[in-house]
Design a protein around this ligand. Structure first.
Ligand code: SF4
Ligand code: SF4
Length: 70
């Protein structure tokens, strides 16, 4: 199972998740989603740095990120 699940097409491109991640796991992709905006992706080797704090998930206004804590 993937630790960080990003629902790209639910994202409105606000960048909050990227700004709030304390360990800089996320960055905005160069691509566009169905809403015509950039969405977050994990940086190279980013998943291994994720502390599962869920700050990104809690602050996303569109519920577009889910972080599994198993
Ligand atoms: S769960 Fe925390 S560490 Fe992991 S990507 Fe989200 S904000 Fe960053
Ligand atoms: S906080 Fe949510 S809506 Fe904003 S860029 Fe991140 S995933 Fe997209």
């Amino acid at each position: 199972m993937r630790l960080i699940r990003i629902k790209a097409d639910a994202c409105k491109g606000c960048g909050i998740c990227v700004a709030f991640c304390p360990v800089k796991v996320l960055e905005m992709s160069g691509g566009l989603n169905v809403r015509g905006v950039h969405f977050p992706v994990t940086v190279e080797n980013g998943v291994s740095k994720c502390t599962k704090c869920r700050i990104c998930m809690i602050h996303c206004p569109d519920f577009a990120i889910v972080v599994d804590q198993e």
